[in-house]
Design a protein around this ligand. Structure first.
Ligand code: ADP
Ligand code: MG
Length: 569
């Protein structure tokens, strides 16, 4: 073939890369292998950032959190069958959490897969992905790559965001076509997440309900954080004078120290409120489904702002559904409030303030303890001060007790700085989210991890070291799951199922890959080590030795554990 002819051709590899770049998707999180190894190389050569992980699940969690932070779909790239399945956990997680993400997996030959003739890594990936994501597409011809990627982007970020699967069979990558026709086939997606304005009458209805309230409450969820309507949300809260409760990933939308924050009076406001306005928060298990003991026995009326109409009445009746994107809904509410809005009754807001002050004062001395071995309060007290002094650092948090205590103890001051287990409450998001956050924002990341939680993604500290990311991992090491003290009741050689190696040195894992490892036994040690890490930006792991007696079963959700009532012999 003559050179001039070669120049006039393109192929699947290049078209996929060009389509992603055209849509400003310039970072890929993945694991190389058949059939996408060369694709990753070429993407890097074409100027994309291609980050290789040690396991697809963590690449997927990085992509999912990139979606949450940027409002653009995070891209995860995997090999076929097992790699695809590993990435699928993260895709399902993204969908459940309403984060935009695209899982792109290479797949085996269609003809062989469909006849089930036993190909290398044979699997009907499209069919398996479908129930776990918002949309799933397969591209068979190079000329359809532009449309396939455009559809994936639109599906991921329009309406309620979520995960999208894109199946790319091995043969597609090498398909050749005319370069001009190829370029013309690419689509730059215009207005991929169009504004969705709420109906004026639903805004008016919501305002009427709010006006009639004696004890109103606003609940901010991670949808509100995702929407990036930070100034308007703050203006709405402040102009209304209504106390607000942030869900965990909405913390910092307004600073947790804001006078209207009802965070430390959570039980009181859930029980006593008469009107609750949900902004980007679902009434799922995290809010006890909007009913039952934690909501008290007083009648409640709910206003809900959400982009997904089907979310309304999912658990209880919503008297004022406001369907639209949060930015548009909040600004419409602000406009509708006018200049003569009156603040909620003072007996309500004063009661909350009093409760907040009592609870904060009760906690304060516990957070200052310098006990050795550390308890959760002492250790988290020092991390709390660090985040106060470094409000633009990102906090990643998972575990059981480590999650529950950190969520309530560590105040957040800026939007989208707290990233945690999300809707499923799962373990395993830690290192993936830390890497995604560091890559997308360039900010220092503090990952506060239970020792059990850390284990799910621990190998990714090699990834952190390889890319020299400014991540400081603190492992709350209490020798086990919930606690390190369980014993095998039979006296047999195996330890109890919840117990790990005693005094494990997670810090040495980090040293093995060239990072900084620190063994910390006191809150002072911990403060020093974390500050040093945040200043230097060097990958660091602090093994924080926590009293193995500290901690309770399943943290604060022990009630979800079925327990046998049959007495033991
Ligand atoms: P949390 O767990 O913090 O309570 P959820 O994940 O339960 O939050 O709820 C987030 C809600 O936000 C979802 O119902 C989702 O449809 C909604 N949402 C996400 N993005 C937007 C947006 N831009 N505008 C309106 N609603 C949104
Ligand atoms: Mg533990």
């Amino acid at each position: 073939m003559a050179d001039t002819e070669t120049e006039a051709l393109t192929d699947g590899f290049h078209l996929i890369i060009d389509a992603l770049k055209l849509n400003d998707l310039n970072t890929i999180y993945g694991v190389p292998g058949i059939p996408i190894t060369d694709f990753g190389r070429m993407a890097q050569a074409e100027g994309m950032r291609v980050l290789s992980f040690r396991h697809e699940q963590h690449a997927g969690y990085a992509a999912a959190i990139a979606g949450f932070l940027t409002k653009k779909p995070g891209i995860c790239l995997t090999v076929s069958a097992p790699g695809f399945l590993n990435g699928l956990t993260a895709l399902a997680h993204a969908t459940t959490n309403c984060f935009p993400m695209i899982l792109i997996s290479g797949s085996s030959e269609r003809e062989i897969v469909d006849l089930q003739q036993g190909d290398y890594e044979e699997m009907d990936q499209l069919a398996i992905a479908k129930p776990l994501c918002k949309a799933a597409y397969r591209v068979l011809h190079a000329e359809d790559i532009g449309i396939g990627i455009a559809r994936a982007i639109r599906a991921a970020i329009s309406g309620r965001p979520g995960g999208v699967y894109l199946d790319l069979p091995a043969k597609l990558f090498g398909q050749v076509m005319d370069a001009d026709a190829g370029a013309a086939s690419l689509v730059k997606v215009i207005d991929p997440a169009p504004r969705q304005l709420p109906a004026p009458e639903s805004v008016a209805c919501a305002l009427d309900v709010l006006k009639s309230a004696k004890r109103p409450l606003i609940i901010l969820g991670k949808g509100a954080a995702y929407a990036q309507a930070d100034d308007d949300i703050r203006a709405l809260v402040e102009k209304s004078g209504i106390p607000y409760l942030p869900m965990s990933m909405a913390k910092g939308l307004l600073p947790d120290t804001h006078p209207q924050s009802a965070g430390p009076a959570r039980s009181l406001v859930l029980k006593e409120s008469d009107v609750v306005m949900l902004i980007g928060a679902r009434l799922n298990w995290l809010l006890s489904h909007g009913k039952g003991k934690s909501w008290g026995d007083k009648p409640k009326r709910f206003v809900q702002i959400d982009i997904e109409p089907k979310e309304m009445d999912s658990n209880v009746e919503i008297v004022a559904p406001v369907v639209g994107d949060i930015g548009s809904c909040v600004s419409a509410l602000l406009d509708g409030m006018g200049d003569d809005w009156s603040a909620p009754p003072a007996d309500w807001t004063n009661a909350i303030t009093a409760k907040v002050e009592t609870n904060v004062a009760r906690m304060a001395p516990k957070l200052q303890n310098n006990n050795v071995p550390m308890d959760y309060q002492g250790a988290l007290g020092s991390l709390r001060t660090i985040i106060k002094e470094r409000p633009d650092a990102i906090l990643v948090n998972e575990g059981a007790n480590t999650l529950d205590f950190a969520r309530s103890i560590i105040d957040m001051y800026q939007p989208r700085k707290r990233l945690d287990v999300g809707t499923w409450g799962v373990m395993g998001i830690g290192m993936g989210q830390a890497i995604g956050a560091a890559v997308e924002t360039g900010k220092p990341v503090l990952a506060v991890e239970g020792d059990s939680a850390f284990g799910f993604s621990g190998m990714e500290i090699e990834t952190i070291c390889r890319y020299n990311l400014p991540i400081c991992v603190v492992v709350f090491n209490n020798n086990g799951i919930y606690r390190g003290t369980d014993v095998n009741p039979t006296g047999g050689a195996d330890v109890a199922p919840t117990v790990f190696v005693k005094d494990a040195r997670y810090d040495k894992m980090m040293e093995a890959f060239g990072g900084v490892g620190v063994y910390a036994t006191s809150p002072d040690d911990l403060t020093r080590a974390v500050n040093e890490a945040m200043d230097s930006g060097r990958p660091t792991l602090v093994n924080a030795v926590i009293d193995e007696n500290a901690g309770t079963e399943s943290g604060r959700i022990g009630n979800l554990n079925p327990q046998s009532v049959v007495s033991k012999k």
